[in-house]
Write a protein that binds this ligand. Sequence first.
Ligand code: NAP
Ligand code: ZN
Ligand code: ZN
Length: 349
Amino acid sequence: MLYTKGYAASSSRSPLAPFSFERRNLNPSDVLIEISYCGICHSDIHQVRDEWGGSTFPMVPGHEIVGKITQIGSAVKKFQVGDLAGVGCLVDSCRACHNCKEGFEQFCRQVVFTYNSFEKDSKTPTYGGYSSQIVVDQNYVLRIPENLTLERAAPLLCAGITTYSPLKHFKIGKGQQVAIAGLGGLGHVGVKIAVAMGAEVTILSTSPSKAKNAECLGAHHFAATSDPQTFSKLAGHFDFILNTIANDHDINAYLGLLKRDGVMTMVGVPAKPLAIDTFSLIMGRKVLTGSMIGGITETQEMLNYCAKHGIMADIEMIPIQGINEAYERMLKSDVRYRFVIDMKSLDSP
Ligand code: NAP
Ligand code: ZN
Ligand code: ZN
């Protein structure tokens, strides 16, 4: 077994703290990745605090993992020792169902998530990227294009694919009015991708202080949702809204911003159910839908797309010892725009 250092939460009420555990020895199709960086997703906070229910502890969060391959199993063909590699939100699936066969591993009924999940034996817990190393089957490992800066590529493994997938699915492009609601980790990557796809992009944000960053991110407009006038001024304006909001909000107000037949895709997952007024949908035949990360092939496609268009996350690097403070700041929407853990800090006292 492979001795591994990390940080874990021991219960939904405890802060994260140092934790050591063992990774499995490599199976023939496995690679061992020494983790260089791991992004902090708001889903880590939801799960550590058991806001979605069903969390298991101890929990080592982290699903925006990048690093270097240091060992390969005897049957590994896709990677060599020394290659850069990424791991996102899932590390295995049944490989036989129609979702797996069609590249939608994220919707497989036996999907194995990177942490807070169980291996296919249904009893071995999975531990995520707030750790020194990870063992993953080669088929669930991504290739990181060389021209991406490694630490700024880490957030693409979740925030990138979660925003790319619905924007692509709904054929976002030139001539469309697109809004990104919530300018956090997902939102800021979503802005960059929607702009690259050719849309006219508006940021809908509760934080007026983020307005000055809108232009640097490539957005065409910024609208403060703290100003009630925003909802009357922009009523019926958008073809598509990508909703990345992590907390409770008035979803009906946002639906009011869609044109007839406009689509709002939920990727944010607030802890409590949102109250939908049916009138918000029937008036204008509006479409409310959701999307969850993406499959392995699409995640690789997204990484290649981001490499081609120079899209990377704007990050604030932290040592792992700063993790609990980073969570508190994210809860106050105080991050520009993704915290990334420098895993070298695991060796510091
Ligand atoms: P984040 O970095 O914390 O950003 C969320 C942003 O939402 C905040 O920065 C803030 O932006 C806005 N916001 C927060 N509270 C709000 C409120 N009460 N009303 C309106 N806006 C509010 O989080 P993230 O990592 O981007 O994740 C966002 C959500 O997506 C989380 O719920 C996460 O679990 C979920 N997620 C889903 C998937 C998926 O596959 N569907 C994947 C990853 C994450 P402003 O300051 O601009 O208002
Ligand atoms: Zn995530
Ligand atoms: Zn399957």
